[in-house]
Design a protein around this ligand. Structure first.
Ligand SMILES: *Cc1c(COP(=O)(O)O)cnc(C)c1O
Length: 394
């Protein structure tokens, strides 16, 4: 038997004897400009999360998101954590989010003592249902217990309807934080993801549409909020020759090297969005007519990036369920993953209040994300399509 390839040991499904290399959900896609960007940063002598490169990265991210102010940080989760500090989240506060999102959307708020409340998603977008939110806010106002913040999350590159959400929240003076970690390049009502929220968090993790290998940013229309976030992100040091502190902070600036890497990636954002959308269109074209298969919708007000192609499998019509399909793909060395398990069904949130949740639960039950990397070839995509077709025939 040949020795496993160097990457084989980290791949739970890799089979050294398999003829074809494993196919991942969303591997990083290099532009070719990264090495030179890293060398430039090394030559500049600035390696700490400071100096001109992080500032240039912030300006580029702000421009891409059409926001006036940005702070580069070490992860999307760090941007969310800073946001919850800016929002003044305290023990006993409620923070509301969509049930169908990643734990990181709400994790930092819970760590600050907030009680999460999970609202169902809209079946036409799979993101936070604005009508349900408006009803719940009115009910919460009657109870005299409005949330500290509402946190819509973009989903697999599908933007949340911030215009409708911000309108519902403005009525009660509730602030909006958009978890746009996977929303870079998406449009809602003609504006970039998150636009219209008080705070917007994005991620440049290695699996996102553009990456700094690891990193994130916090964006806002309010420059004072970003200045305060910058203070908190750098240990909350007061201006003094010694270290002086009036509050505790974080250490979550973005390394200059990673900012340089991100700068080499950002110019390709539009190209990457087009590639992911073309991959989605090819999947939908090749598989959409099979009985029991359907794809994440795109509402008229949105342009999704199709960061990940998400598909629904109705087992009665398709003849196999989502898990059988996942295992058949795995058998061929193809990674796929169920749609987020809703937060209201997670053991950690057993006690948390939830509003509805049937839509999110059904999407989890039947939803599967397919390999969608922007560097994926037509041949690689055909492997995925052929495997799904074969299972249908079988
Ligand atoms: C990726 C992601 C995050 C976390 O970003 P990191 O940079 O990995 O911390 C949070 N929320 C959503 C919806 C994400 O997709």
């Amino acid at each position: 038997m040949a020795p496993p390839s160097p990457s084989a040991s980290i791949l739970p499904f890799s089979r050294p004897e398999a003829a074809l290399p494993p196919l991942h959900l969303s591997p990083p896609h290099l532009t070719g400009a990264e090495l030179e960007a890293l060398q430039d940063v090394l030559a500049s002598g600035w390696l700490a999360p400071a100096g001109p490169t992080p500032l240039r990265f912030e300006a580029a991210v702000a421009e891409a998101m059409r926001q006036p102010h940005a702070l580069a940080v070490s992860s999307g989760t760090a941007a969310l954590g800073l946001s919850y500090r800016l929002l003044g989240v305290e023990p006993g506060d409620e923070v509301w989010t969509s049930s169908l999102t990643f734990l990181a959307t709400i994790g930092p708020a819970v760590q600050m003592g907030a009680t999460p409340r999970f609202l169902d998603v809209d079946p036409t977008s799979w993101t936070l249902d604005p009508a349900l939110l408006a009803e719940e806010l009115a009910a919460a106002a009657r109870r005299g217990r409005l949330p500290r913040a509402v946190v819509p999350a973009d989903l697999y590159g599908q933007p949340a309807d911030i215009a409708a959400i911000a309108e519902a929240c403005a009525r009660w003076g509730v602030r909006v934080l958009s978890d746009s970690a996977c929303g870079m390049g998406a449009l809602q009502h003609g504006w970039p993801a998150g636009h219209g929220a008080d705070l917007v968090a994005v991620s440049f993790n290695g699996n996102k549409i553009v990456t700094s290998t690891g990193g994130g940013a916090l964006l806002a229309p309010d420059g004072a909020a970003i200045a305060r976030a910058r203070h908190l992100a750098t240990q909350a040091k007061e201006p003094a020759p010694h270290y002086q502190h009036e509050t505790t902070g974080f250490s979550c600036g973005l390394s200059a090297l990673l900012a340089g890497f991100g700068l080499a990636q950002l110019p390709c954002l539009e190209e990457r969005v087009s590639a992911r959308r073309a991959i989605f269109a090819r999947y939908a074209g090749a598989l959409g007519a099979l009985p029991g298969l359907s794809f994440m919708p795109e509402p008229g007000w949105a342009r999704s990036t199709r960061w990940l192609t998400a598909m629904l499998v109705d087992p009665r019509r398709f003849g196999a369920d989502r898990e059988a399909l996942r295992l058949a793909l795995l058998e061929q060395g193809i990674e796929s993953r169920p749609v987020w398990k809703p937060l209201h069904l997670q053991p950690v949130f057993r006690q948390a209040p939830a509003v509805g949740g049937a839509v999110a639960a059904a999407l989890f039950e039947q939803g599967l994300c397919l390999p969608s990397g922007s560097a994926m070839t037509v041949e690689q995509q055909d492997r995925v399509i052929a495997t799904i077709r074969a299972l249908h025939r079988g």
